[in-house]
Design a protein around this ligand. Structure first.
Ligand SMILES: [Zn+2]
Length: 332
């Protein structure tokens, strides 16, 4: 570092994954998203203070709603999401394409992108996918850990199962409409099948490097290199189990950032916090969104430059959004 050089990041931040919508449902009597609180890892005032410009909100379908009630659960969460952000519409707005995102940010508001985590909601029907698009969903995690009609989740990895014939149709329809394909939680075979099928970049919204932490949810170096080829982005996650099996901390998370930037390249990583999706676990030093300055300071200390942080924290995911969500006139 040259003396006097400022280690300050003034750009925006895109977080590609949180499960906070859950709390809109489960904690609705005590959790107020628009007010600072200690119940959640995210709320509007802390997001604003941390410099979040774009937040992906996943509608996570818990295992108890599979099978049979996954789609209904998704609709309930979607309704709660819209009801909640209506109460603070002057500060946050759902966006459906790249131009929308820029407009909302220019108005000084946070842009929210809606995604679904778990393709069970489609119940094997492309028509449901198209209706989700019409309702504002712009990303879909093809699987959670289980098998569904689209593919095997990573929890079924020993079967060697990948993308189904229906899953291939889903990938193609998502490419056509302009929906972001999220490969977090998919089986290794499914990951490779999707990359052979898609004509658009994909994201892995929340995962880390298997080389640093040998967890089945993390990505191998070969997968990271494939993401580079595809033009996609992996969002590094703060979920402790995916950072280290015994002593996860911010320092080891920084090892993941270094490794992934070397293997996948600086243009192919971002952040996907998984805030409010950690089942009560928290990373030491990065317990909630207000701790992001500690991550930024850590990245600078590891030698990342401001232009690198601009890509990691913002530009890389923005590139994918711009590439995929660019045309709302597409016939659904
Ligand atoms: Zn997840």
């Amino acid at each position: 570092m040259e003396s006097g050089q400022k280690m300050q990041y003034n750009g925006g931040i895109i977080d590609a994954h949180c499960d906070t919508v859950h709390l809109f449902a489960e904690m609705k009597d005590v959790y107020n998203f628009a007010q600072k609180n200690t119940i959640a890892q995210l709320d509007l005032p802390r997001m604003e203070a941390a410099g979040i410009k774009v937040q992906f909100f996943a509608l996570y379908i818990e295992p108890e709603y599979k099978y049979g009630n996954a789609l209904k659960r998704c609709m309930q969460l979607l309704d709660l999401f819209y009801q909640t952000i209506e109460t603070c519409e002057e500060r946050i707005e759902a966006v459906f394409n790249y131009d929308d995102l820029l407009r909302v940010n220019n108005e000084g508001k946070i842009a929210a992108i809606l995604t679904v985590e778990g393709g069970e909601v489609l119940e094997g029907d492309l028509g449901v996918l198209r209706m989700l698009y019409r309702l504002g969903i712009r990303g879909l995690g093809l699987t959670w850990n289980q098998r569904n009609e689209i593919a095997d989740g990573v929890g079924e990895r020993e079967t060697g199962g990948g993308l189904t014939r229906f899953g291939k149709k889903v990938v193609k329809e998502m490419n056509r409409m302009g929906m972001i394909i999220d490969l977090s939680h998919i089986s290794p075979k499914g990951f490779w099948d999707v990359l052979k099928t898609t004509v658009c970049p994909v994201v892995v919204s929340h995962a880390n490097a298997k080389k640093i932490c040998d967890h089945y949810r993390n990505l191998t170096d070969d997968q990271l290199k494939a993401l580079r080829e595809n033009g996609g982005v992996v969002g590094l996650t703060f979920y402790p189990d995916f950072i280290h099996d015994k002593n996860p901390d911010l320092n080891i998370l920084l090892d993941h950032f270094e490794h992934i930037s070397e293997v996948a390249g600086i243009d192919h990583l971002g952040i996907g916090s998984d805030f409010d999706g950690m089942g009560g676990k928290m990373l030491k030093g990065l317990t909630d969104v207000s701790c992001l300055p500690a991550l930024i300071a850590g990245l600078f200390a590891r030698g990342f430059k401001e232009k690198d942080l601009q890509k990691i924290l913002y530009g890389n995911f923005l590139r994918v959004i711009r590439k995929i969500c660019n045309d709302d006139s597409v016939e659904v």
